[in-house]
Design a protein around this ligand. Structure first.
Ligand code: SAM
Length: 283
């Protein structure tokens, strides 16, 4: 049982079954009122429990990382000179930065979460440091490839913060460089209401993760609430999650405003699971 406590942290709150059931099944407007994120929700969300949940919930993490690295190397070989200088932002616990550094790449990993950075440093190889993605501590024009992996762009509710982030990514790129944004959700499908809203995932040892996702047209993104149910306990409700949803037109508009010359987008065909979207923003 001790290990299960890693799946909740101080940002979770104990709730009761009736309240959790209500938020699970209520109409979308009621849900969105309860799931409204503030602009800085990631500070609460990305804690120790998120790291433990991500390891248990999202398939085999090592296999996923290996697949990602293959994708990154293929795209880099197609578009960039050999041995590109890479910025992984946000790097989390450094799974991509570490693997790329182990292959001899010059990689900097940045994230805002000190616990994840400690794990990244312990994993070795890459240079990892604390930073906020709206203001990167990197000299202008120094990077060939900015990596933004696993649904890590679109967290800000305020459009100005999103614009500042894209402008920072553009600023640090060399001429000919690019940003690779990877997501495992189909944003146009979510915007049109064709996206899974309820997920139940076993976490092992009798624990269950419940996630409800609802597109919020007013905020232009996906609002999510999750619950962890441990054996013989009332549900624990996690902090709200928010991800801005961009269709092709939004990518084109926002990338141009940030000074990118070209956008290319590749999406897994509709209905194929797991979904992956790769967006390349070319300087
Ligand atoms: C979904 S995780 C992805 C991490 C990593 N890219 C991966 O694939 O494992 C999102 C990360 O974004 C970081 N983050 C959230 N908001 C941030 C911000 N404003 N500046 C820097 N990092 C941020 C969190 O700390 C968390 O590590």
């Amino acid at each position: 049982m001790a290990a299960m406590h890693t799946l909740i942290d101080a940002n979770f709150r104990r709730t009761d079954t009736a309240s959790a059931r209500h938020l699970w099944s209520c109409d979308d407007a009621t849900f969105l009122a309860a799931a409204r994120p503030h602009n800085d929700w990631p500070r609460q969300y990305f804690g120790p429990a998120y790291a433990a949940l991500a390891d248990r919930f999202a398939g085999d993490p090592a296999a996923r990382t290996r697949r990602d690295i293959d994708t990154i190397l293929r795209i880099a070989a197609d578009h960039l000179a050999p041995r590109p200088r890479i910025l992984d932002i946000p790097c989390g616990s450094g799974r991509h930065a570490t693997a790329l550094a182990a292959q001899g790449f010059d990689v900097i990993g940045l994230d805002r979460q000190p616990d994840y950075l400690r794990a990244a440093r312990a994993a070795g190889a890459a240079t990892c440091a604390a930073a906020e993605m709206r203001a990167l501590p990197i000299a202008t024009g120094r990077i060939d490839l900015v990596l933004n992996m696993w649904n890590s762009l679109g967290y800000f509710v305020e459009a100005a913060d999103e614009a500042a982030t894209l402008a920072e990514f553009r600023r640090v790129l060399r001429p000919g460089g690019m940003v690779l944004v990877q997501q495992d959700l189909d944003a146009p499908a979510a915007l049109e209401g064709r996206w899974v809203q309820h997920m139940k995932a076993p976490l092992g040892d009798g624990a269950l993760l419940l996630v409800r996702q609802v597109p919020d047209a007013a905020l232009g993104g996906l609002a999510c609430l999750s619950w962890v149910v441990l054996p013989d306990q009332a549900p624990w409700q996690g902090p709200a999650f928010f991800l801005r949803l961009r269709d092709d037109a939004a990518w084109a508009r926002e990338a141009a405003a940030a000074g990118f010359a070209k956008v290319s987008i590749a999406r897994t065909p509709a209905g194929v699971v797991p979904h992956e979207t790769i967006v390349l923003l070319h300087a």
